[in-house]
Design a protein around this ligand. Structure first.
Ligand code: HEM
Length: 410
């Protein structure tokens, strides 16, 4: 058994990859003990992570749990809060299949692609605000407002004020990537705070319908396709799954390029590599480090290790992505890499329904920096960068850079 605290030190947050390597080299499945009588079985190697993601014997429904703090009966003294563990990510078929179709109806590829030009123009507008100054915080000045505006409008959070949106996002960020010492009662308080904002959001959206995702969900509820609780659950799904993942990944993508300046220069010289670069940046340091928890209803063997019934299982995407048995020179960022079948958007029935959107938005933000700024470099020592605590997302608070203060090319 390994101890969880090692996964929360400042050194770990600055660079988790040595810990992932250690776990991968220890065993294909490593049980790690957390506070609250909870053991998490981390799956560490590519083939095993792949097989767990695809294996429908693993449940996403917490009622399969027999011990630990995640059991549903430990939560949800308020009935509405049950929506938090009935979001798309936490239900099994047949409910999952039905709810996934509802979400899919709101995310058709043509609707996502139709946003591309507007998103590119908005990234450029943000860049123009700081392009002549020679310095910027790429998270606060670009990544965050970009994702909030494009994904926020798409979902329909524009009926909230900037303060309400920021309050909600901060709380969501804490809930999905909690620091080590967050207590069970704190989770309950956070859920209440988020739920209050969601109730306001849906009330205002109902009074002001448009073609956004949340108006679509409300119409599905009115047509009898969704219960009231499911309307809340799917709203939570969209709020939790999209923006934070895009912000985390765009931040790690830019960070990886800045730490590997020859790859940044290569991308500048060969912009046609952008899509390939995005795939490699996801493999190299995705921002979404882990798959969400799975639960066992029966004993399941993975890589020769028996995981008991009633356990919590976590596929370690970031460890799988540096598995030398799968990727040549896995610790090297190589934007020309061809054999790159990563698991950065998951696999199987719970794979990322927003992958097209995520790739597009991250690509536009990276392209804006690579083509729009000259001689861009980190403005602080790498060790001074501040990373958010928590396992799910590897996300920067800030990414200060300096660059040649030139005008944005037409
Ligand atoms: C680059 C950005 C993104 C990354 C790296 C990412 C990553 C992932 C991963 C790894 C999963 C699978 C989790 C698992 O099986 O445990 C997932 C699921 C999901 N993602 Fe994304 N995602 C991104 C962007 C988005 C966006 C933009 C949206 C929505 C617009 C979205 C919505 C979802 C949803 C709803 C699920 C759950 C699907 C299900 O359980 O059926 N994601 N994402």
């Amino acid at each position: 058994m390994a101890d969880a605290p090692k996964m929360f030190t400042p050194e770990f947050l600055a660079n988790p990859h040595p810990v992932w390597k250690h776990l991968r080299e220890t065993a294909p499945v490593v049980p790690v003990v957390y506070p609250g009588e909870m053991t998490i079985y981390f799956v560490t190697r590519f083939d095993e992570v792949r097989s767990v993601l695809a294996d429908t014997r693993f449940s996403k429904d917490r009622s399969a749990l027999t011990d630990g703090d995640l059991r549903p009966e430990r939560f949800e003294r308020d009935e509405r809060l049950a929506a938090f563990h009935q979001n798309l990510n936490m239900v099994d078929p047949p409910n999952h299949s039905r709810l996934r179709r509802v979400v899919g109806r709101q995310l058709p590829p043509r609707k996502v692609r139709a946003l591309e030009d507007r998103a590119r123009a908005y990234a450029r507008e943000l860049l123009e605000k700081f392009a002549e100054t020679g310095k910027a915080d790429l998270i606060g000045d670009l990544v965050l407002p970009f994702a909030e505006k494009i994904l926020g409008d798409f979902n329909g959070t524009d009926v909230l004020t900037a303060e309400e949106n920021r309050f909600m996002r901060d709380k969501i960020s804490l809930l999905i990537s909690p620091p080590y010492d967050l207590r069970l009662d704190d989770f309950e308080v956070l859920k209440h705070e988020i739920m209050e904002v969601i109730v306001t959001l849906l009330e205002r959206r109902e009074a002001n319908p448009n073609d956004c995702v949340f108006s679509g969900f409300i119409a599905e509820r009115d047509a009898g396709e969704l219960s009231e609780l499911e309307l809340f659950a799917l709203t939570i799904t969209m709020l939790f799954s999209g923006i934070e993942s895009v912000i985390a990944f765009t931040g790690t993508a830019l960070h990886s390029l800045l730490r590997n300046p020859e790859q940044l220069e290569l991308l500048k010289a060969r912009p046609e590599l952008l899509q390939n670069a995005i795939e490699e940046l996801i493999r190299y340091d995705s921002g979404t480090q882990i798959g969400t928890f799975r639960f066992t209803r029966e004993e399941i063997e993975v890589g020769g290790v028996a995981i008991p019934a009633g356990s919590t299982v976590c596929p370690l995407l970031a460890a799988a992505h540096r598995d030398p048995a799968k990727f040549a020179n896995p610790d090297r960022l190589d934007i020309t890499r061809e054999d790159n079948h990563h698991l950065g958007f998951g696999l199987g029935i719970h794979n990322c329904i927003g992958a097209l959107f995520g790739r597009m938005l991250a690509g536009i933000a990276v392209e804006a920096i690579v083509t729009g700024l000259a001689d861009v470099r980190l403005a602080v020592e790498p060790a001074d960068l501040k990373w958010k605590p928590g396992l799910l997302h590897r996300a920067l608070f800030e990414l200060p850079v300096a660059f040649a203060p030139v005008g944005v090319p037409a």
